[in-house]
Design a protein around this ligand. Structure first.
Ligand code: BGC
Length: 728
């Protein structure tokens, strides 16, 4: 039996030797950011490590693929992860906790007893674990414009993760999706980098807390650096099941100049670093043909150099294998580019052996290895993992709040704030209480899995009941009042005679690459359901569950009211709260809503901006409903809850980048880089772009531009195919 008391005591600082003058050879980067304070301790520990122990810190297997439990101590891994489908036996909170503790206990038996960081994709709650609260995916949180709420969600998520002992979440995703056909669109807060920057930093603060040592918070990981949301149509990853065919966008190539990459796709990293994020995940994708995993320019010069990131980089799942050459060449390129820890889920033995050979041959300098390990150790020290008396077991008291009513209340509030009312003809909403009969219809009305989307219990998510929660049908039944009869049909039949109908339609769960689509039209089943209900003559409220704007077609004219509910997660009650008017809708579009698939990509700032619903659009019950058929180019009404902003709308229209602006991504140039950044690469041919506005700090609840303002700028990579639009 492993003795935890002995283990805990053994973490006393003398045990890891606190020497101030580190005898470290090689030019290990000096920390300049929040982890600088731990440099001396990290280097002291590094000085005691053998090469094998250092390489163990760099190697991250997925627990699912551990070949032998003895490997845990043999390699003394710095980290283990659970990918989207890598669960313990029953997937209960207790099984997760036992699994984590078992692995951590093995680390205590290694020579230096360096604890591991265990990583999971806690991207909308502790979303692998049955019973955890599932929050809306980021696109819904973008609609809330509520940074304080996003921070609170981070805090609750961290607590639920810590209930299993786990100390690292691969979140937040600070991607800036520019093309809704991308299957990861919902992982981004917005198409607008300013909103992403604001909410991404809030998420980091929530997950990590004010002090990373807080045992109820976790290490965050901003991902996927950089340009993952800007890939060009037709450049995505090969489809393993169909030789010669590619997924259109995921893991593809972002094409554009460096200024655009910085301005659009690095915004979230600047603020995440300011918020003290301890880890960053480089993207699978490429920038102008070069994979991010192997880009020294982006990882070392810009991210670590200019932006001053002094935490560590973790490569994405097998991502280094997309680099050119054989495995050795791939490892060499990634490590020399600045990768610090490598996800080698199943090939970890081969990774370790190859890395060792490369170091011994001099292909990877010892100093680079020392730098990588110093970065990892700095973060572990900052987390307090090696503090005297630190108990690395899960805090049992957190089980009380895991999936609790109080945590679910935070999620329910997030759902309420995320809903965007796109149409409300004749003031159909709010629904009146006391109706004799309410008919609920649609394939997603009673489907928790569809509500939660991808990255929920399983990697791609699934329809049905993957976990605990409240479906919209259940929530409507609860809130309608005991005198109202609720009837339900999946296909819309039986609505006639009801006082009104609620039809819940939308996408089925998906995640990375499998969610790429060329057509964002609603399914034939959904269209038929709405038509059937409408035909029955009852007022029809359509609730759309989707990870992105969908092409609404006739459904928009048939619906008396239409609500975009994104992927709200486990708390369907938040949808019912707004439908019944217990809370007024306040959500504003975090993305531009296209009229047709051929209009995609469409983004705020495009030269010819003519969406169905503009960025920032969203009705509230005080707005009054616009007359039918006038939804196009409706400019947003006054903000529902205006707060002072530092980016007035005029800046969006007229502002070019102001030289010297403190929010420009290349902040904090180091003395050694006084010469300035390397010249930008030449812009690729594409849509003409004009200057883009500077970032707005303190950006919150900013709404779209009034009608008539011309939007001249374009901040998106031109996601062009040979025809300029759609599949080649
Ligand atoms: C995804 C990451 C995720 C990782 C680990 C990758 O496929 O791109 O977002 O963190 O898997 O599950």
């Amino acid at each position: 039996m492993f003795d935890w008391e002995v283990f805990v005591k053994s973490w006393s600082l003398p045990a890891i030797v606190l020497v101030t003058a580190a005898a470290v050879t090689g030019a290990s980067a000096e920390a300049a950011g929040p982890f600088a304070a731990y440099d001396a301790q990290a280097k002291a520990l590094l000085a005691r490590m053998t090469l094998d122990e250092k390489l163990g810190q760099i190697t991250q297997p997925d627990q699912e693929f551990l070949k032998d439990q003895a490997d845990l101590e043999k390699y003394a891994f710095g980290s283990i992860q659970s990918g989207g489908d890598s669960d313990p036996r029953t997937n209960s909170v207790e099984d997760w906790r036992d699994m984590y503790e078992r692995y951590q206990a093995h680390m205590a038996k290694t020579r230096l007893r360096i604890p591991m960081v265990y990583g999971v994709d806690a991207v909308h709650g502790h979303s692998n674990v049955v019973g955890a609260v599932i929050f809306p995916h980021n696109i819904g949180l973008g609609a809330t414009r509520d940074a304080a709420l996003v921070e609170e969600i981070g805090r609750v998520t961290a607590e639920e993760v810590r209930a299993t002992g786990i100390n690292w979440g691969f979140a937040p995703c600070v991607t800036v999706p520019q093309d809704e056909r991308w299957g990861r669109s919902y992982e981004g807060f917005s198409e607008d980098p300013r909103l992403v920057a604001e909410l991404g930093a809030a998420a980091v603060r929530g997950l990590q807390g004010r002090d990373l040592k807080d045992p109820r918070r976790i290490l965050a990981c901003a991902k996927h650096f950089a340009g993952d949301g800007g890939t060009a149509w037709g450049t995505g990853m090969p489809d393993a099941d169909h030789p010669g065919v590619r997924y259109p966008l995921d893991r593809g190539d972002a094409r554009g100049d460096e200024a655009t990459l910085r301005r659009v796709h690095m915004a979230g990293y600047v603020t995440a670093i300011e918020a003290g994020v301890g880890s960053i995940m480089p993207s699978f994708s490429s920038w102008n043909g070069e994979r991010l995993s192997g880009s020294r320019r982006l990882l070392t010069e810009i991210l670590k150099g200019e932006l001053g990131f002094d935490g560590f980089l973790i490569s994405d799942y097998n991502a280094i294998e997309d680099l050119p050459g054989d495995y050795a060449a791939q490892i060499k390129q990634a490590m020399n580019a600045g990768m610090d820890m490598v996800m080698a889920p199943s090939r970890y033995r081969e990774f370790f052996a190859t890395l060792k050979r490369l170091v011994e041959q001099g292909d990877i300098p010892q100093a680079r290895i020392d730098d990588a390990v110093t970065r990892i150790l700095r973060v572990k020290l900052a987390m307090g993992l090696m503090d005297e008396g630190r108990d690395l077991r899960a805090d049992r008291s957190l089980l009380e709040t895991f999936g609790s009513a109080s945590h679910r209340a935070v999620a329910r509030r997030a759902v309420r704030e995320s809903l965007v009312v796109l149409k409300n003809e004749g003031r159909t909403l709010p629904l009146r209480r006391g109706a004799k009969r309410i008919h609920v219809a649609g394939a997603s009305a009673d489907d928790l899995g569809n509500q939660c989307g991808g990255w929920t219990i399983t990697w791609q998510g699934r329809s049905g009941t993957p976990t605990q929660g409240t479906t919209i049908l259940a929530a409507v039944s609860q809130l309608a009042g005991k005198d109202s009869k609720i009837t339900y049909s999946r296909d819309g039949s039986g609505a006639a005679g009801a006082d009104f109908a609620i039809v819940v339609v939308g996408e089925k769960p998906y995640a990375e690459f499998q969610g790429d689509r060329s057509d964002l039209g609603l399914s034939a089943e959904d269209v038929a359901t709405v038509a059937a209900v409408k035909k029955s003559g009852v007022p029809t409220v359509v609730v759309l569950l989707s990870g992105r704007p969908m092409i609404l077609g006739d459904v928009l004219s048939q619906a008396d009211a239409l609500v975009a509910a994104w992927l709200p997660g486990s708390e369907g009650g938040g949808v019912a709260d707004v439908l019944f008017g217990d809370f007024k809708p306040t959500g504003k579009l975090p993305v531009s809503w296209p009229r047709s698939t051929s209009q995609i990509p469409i983004n705020l700032g495009d030269a010819h901006y003519d969406p169905l619903f503009a960025y920032g659009y969203g009705l509230t019950y005080d707005d009054g409903a616009p007359p039918a058929g006038t939804q196009s180019r409706i400019s947003p009404a006054e903000p529902a809850r205006a707060v002072p902003v530092q980016a007035p709308a005029e800046m969006l229209v007229n502002g070019g980048f102001a030289k010297g602006d403190a929010n420009w991504p290349s902040v904090r140039p180091k003395a050694s880089q006084k010469g300035g950044p390397a010249p930008s690469r030449a812009p690729l041919p594409g849509r003409a772009r004009s200057p883009h506005p500077p970032f707005a700090r303190g950006y919150e609840r900013r709404h779209g531009l009034p009608r008539g303002e011309s939007l001249r700028t374009s901040h998106g990579f031109p996601a062009v195919s040979s025809s300029g639009r759609g599949p080649p």
